[in-house]
Design a protein around this ligand. Structure first.
Ligand code: PMP
Length: 443
């Protein structure tokens, strides 16, 4: 009997990736793929960084694993120090897990237990946004608002309070200013808090810059400040999910830095380890950490691979490389360039409706009809076709959309490595243009 890897899709045969080389992945036939999305915004340093490889080797030689029920480890302590020293606001502690979904689960459970620690056991609801993605485990799916990913598992999920995401391309009204739109969204949150009863709510969960569902969607000006004020007013926690947009991706180490606010908990993952090791984290504020410290002293959670020494050593090496080479400055510079080149290439394209994003986190939304913003028929599967065509042309980009909530158009997410230069940005835009034209029959 044949054996199989249980792949994401069992209907298509995937090429075998055998080697990484900077911004490229090379398959078994020697074909090179420009990794224009870092997989799913993961590979922030590219694929073969020497310093990171050396740090991993050194840690394997020193200590591969020590269970966190018995020990802490130097890499975990050092990584916590590094991150907390750079996190604006009053972050005090880092809880290290193996990926984004685990980081979100941690944040949800920590937030719930925080209210138990301070004697408010009636707090039981989260409020989160539509068309959001927070991970594939059941708790993360429950707060997530991507119906396409949720619907098969609906009987296993706990429904949460729900408000609209920030999505000006489709949701800001013609006569509405940015400020009025931000106020309308903030009012919606306030109404939802009042509907559920503020005393029953644990927190509001949102991606600082939406990734896997809305595609590099930033909040409109003052949106997050209004959200922070409301959370403070009603005494509920603000949990920002920066699994995809954090760690320099949008041009600052934490995406929330650019919003002028500080969350109570922030989750990070993908760019933290840059793909060199599976790692995620929840960073928590002093208020929460101290409630645990002065309360039960035990967070009722745990995984075998918490604070894994090799994963923490790899992540620390990734972050030190980024800092040493001023790569976040390069994210800003190359991000501006990518935005400019995307506008040059696509502003007049009949099937491009919106170009959005920040730093090296950009998305292009496609439409069948530009004037009416009508998305392509989901049956056309633009996103699947674009992914395949781009791969044929030797490029990895991250397509999304089609049927999400029955309204979102297809888009492609670009998240090139922070080491990108001008030539790489040109190559990405030119290959994307060719792929889109081929799929929409314009080539
Ligand atoms: N939160 C966000 C914002 C994400 O983008 C993702 C992954 N796309 C997750 C959580 C889940 O992370 P992981 O796939 O590592 O479990």
């Amino acid at each position: 009997m044949a054996t199989h890897v249980f792949h994401r899709s069992l209907k298509s045969k995937l090429p075998l990736a055998v080697r990484g080389d900077g911004p490229y992945i090379i398959d078994e036939n020697g074909k090179r793929y420009l990794d224009a999305s870092g997989g799913a915004a993961v590979s922030c340093l590219g694929h073969s960084n020497e310093a990171v490889r050396a740090a991993i080797h050194a840690q394997v030689d020193q200590l591969a694993y020590a269970h966190t029920g018995f020990f802490s480890s130097k890499p975990a302590e050092d990584l916590a120090d590094f991150l907390i020293a750079r996190a604006p606001g009053n972050m005090e502690a880092a809880y290290f897990v193996s990926g984004g979904s685990e980081a979100v689960e941690t944040a949800l459970k920590m937030a719930r237990q925080y209210f138990l620690e301070i004697g408010q056991p009636e707090r039981k609801h989260f409020i989160a946004r539509g068309q959001s993605y927070h991970g594939n485990t059941l708790g993360a799916l429950s707060v997530g608002g991507n119906q396409w990913r949720k619907k098969q598992f609906a009987p296993l999920l706990v429904e949460q309070g729900r408000v609209s995401p920030c999505y000006p391309y489709r949701d800001q009204k013609a006569q509405e200013s940015e400020e009025e739109y931000a106020t309308r969204l903030a009012d919606e949150l306030e109404n939802e808090i009042n509907r559920l009863g503020a005393e029953n709510i644990i927190g509001f969960v949102a991606e600082t810059v939406s990734g896997a569902t809305l595609g590099a969607q930033t909040g409109v000006k003052t949106y997050f400040q209004k959200i922070r004020d409301i959370c403070d007013h009603y005494d509920i926690l603000l949990i920002l999910d920066e699994v995809m947009c954090g760690m320099g991706r949008t041009g600052s180490l934490f995406a929330y830095e650019q919003e002028g606010i500080v969350p109570d908990i922030v989750t990070i993952a993908k760019g933290l380890g840059g793909g060199y090791q599976p790692i995620g984290a929840a960073l928590v504020s002093d208020k929460i950490y101290r409630a645990f410290q002065q309360g039960s002293g035990v967070f009722m959670n745990g995984h075998t691979y918490l604070g894994h020494p090799i994963a923490c050593a790899a992540a620390l090496a990734v972050q030190k490389e980024i800092e040493k080479h001023n790569l976040i400055d390069n994210v800003q510079k190359m991000g501006d360039l990518l935005d400019k080149k995307l506008h040059e290439a696509f502003d007049n394209h009949p099937h491009v409706g919106d170009i959005r994003g920040r730093g090296l986190f950009r998305a292009v939304e496609f439409v069948e009809d530009k004037k009416t913003k009508t998305p392509f028929d989901p049956a056309f599967s633009l996103n699947t076709k674009l992914k395949k065509t781009a791969m044929d042309l030797g490029m990895i980009c991250y397509p999304n959309g089609g049927t999400i909530d029955g309204r979102l158009g297809d888009h492609v997410l670009l998240a090139p490595p922070f080491i990108a230069d001008e030539a790489l940005i040109d190559e990405i835009v030119s290959r994307l243009t060719r792929a889109l034209n081929r799929v929409t029959g314009r080539e």
